[in-house]
Write a protein that binds this ligand. Structure first.
Ligand code: 13P
Ligand code: SF4
Length: 304
């Protein structure tokens, strides 16, 4: 087995040889974040996938993220080092379910969180991420919208836009939905001067306790610019690596060691190297589904 420095160098050499860019989500293992060309949230990663000149994208994240990259860049090769990395929330709303749900509400726009399959995106009017969900819904100027699959992000959007009726699908993130008010209050009692930053995939009663409700990359920027020196971080533990880099010298309290997304951790640095060496596993999306999904994703990316 090679040492981490050697693997890092192997990946950089292979990436240059293959004309590849390595994209990693903020929850990936620290050594993967450190070798990537770009580390970001779902919105930033989509933007990078759309803008890159590289002919190969190696995606260290979960399946819907690589699929979104393929939808945005159909002529590029998109590789997943570990194609079994899925997102349970994305599986809570199928294309068939969305088609039936839409039929119950004729004319009501469908806003879909990017944590969803290409089939679901293809049936949607517009996509959103945690970074821009409020802005996306506001842009529709609608009285009612259907929002799936995340009921918690839907509740957050509804709370920010009281004039819009947000009809939510019953999906959730097992990692974020598990957080309880008691856990947060307990951490707040132990760290009374800390600011609380939470991801909108947490339950409404948890986000209600937060000083700021933010996407993962927004948390990095917030921590760097805030006056506070200590933060209670309510999101997946992989973000702590980026937080330490973005705001050196500040203290970050991980709410619970259980705030871990197992799917985000199945990709290892060895698998990133091996996927570049063997050019596997290429992610494919049915061209007709991809064409229809592209409209919803592009409308989101175009929103600034
Ligand atoms: P971000 O887009 O905020 O990084 O969130 C993605 C995700 O899957 C959170 O669980
Ligand atoms: Fe999906 Fe939750 Fe993991 Fe994000 S943290 S990829 S929403 S299961």
């Amino acid at each position: 087995m090679s040492d981490p420095v050697t693997i890092h160098e192997e990946i950089r050499t292979l990436a240059a040889e293959r004309d590849a860019v390595v994209l990693a989500h903020n929850y990936q293992r620290p050594e993967i974040q450190d070798v990537a060309d770009y580390v970001g949230d779902s919105l930033g990663l989509s933007r990078q996938a759309a803008a890159t000149d590289a002919s190969v994208i190696v995606f260290a994240g979960v399946h819907f993220m690589a699929e979104t990259a393929k939808i945005l860049s159909p002529h590029k090769t998109v590789l997943m080092p570990e194609p079994r990395a899925g997102c349970p929330m994305a599986e809570m709303l199928t294309g068939e379910q969305l088609a039936a749900w839409r039929d119950e509400y004729p004319g009501v726009p469908v806003v879909t969180y990017v944590n969803s399959s290409a089939k679901v995106k293809a049936l949607s009017d517009i996509c959103c991420t945690s970074a821009n969900a409020v802005e996306v819904v506001r842009s529709l100027d609608a009285e009612r919208i259907l929002f799936g699959p995340d009921r918690n992000l839907a509740a957050w959007v509804g709370a920010q836009l009281p004039d819009v009726e947000v009809i939510a699908w019953e999906g959730w993130c097992p990692t974020h939905d598990d957080v309880t008010v008691e856990q947060v209050r307990e951490a707040m009692a132990r760290h009374s001067s800390a600011e609380v930053i939470a991801h909108p995939e947490c339950r409404p009663e948890v986000t209600a306790l937060a000083d700021a409700v933010l996407s993962t990359s927004q948390m990095l920027r917030y921590a760097a610019s805030s006056e506070a020196g200590e933060f209670i971080v309510i999101t997946e533990e992989g973000l702590l690596h980026g937080l330490a880099k973005a705001a050196p010298g500040k203290r970050f309290v991980n709410l619970t060691p259980r705030m871990l997304c197992p799917n985000m951790k199945v990709t290892t640095i060895e698998k990133v190297r091996d996927s570049l060496a063997g050019m596997h596993t290429a992610i494919e999306v049915d061209p007709e589904i991809a064409r229809r999904a592209l409209g919803a994703v592009e409308r989101m990316v175009a929103l600034g």
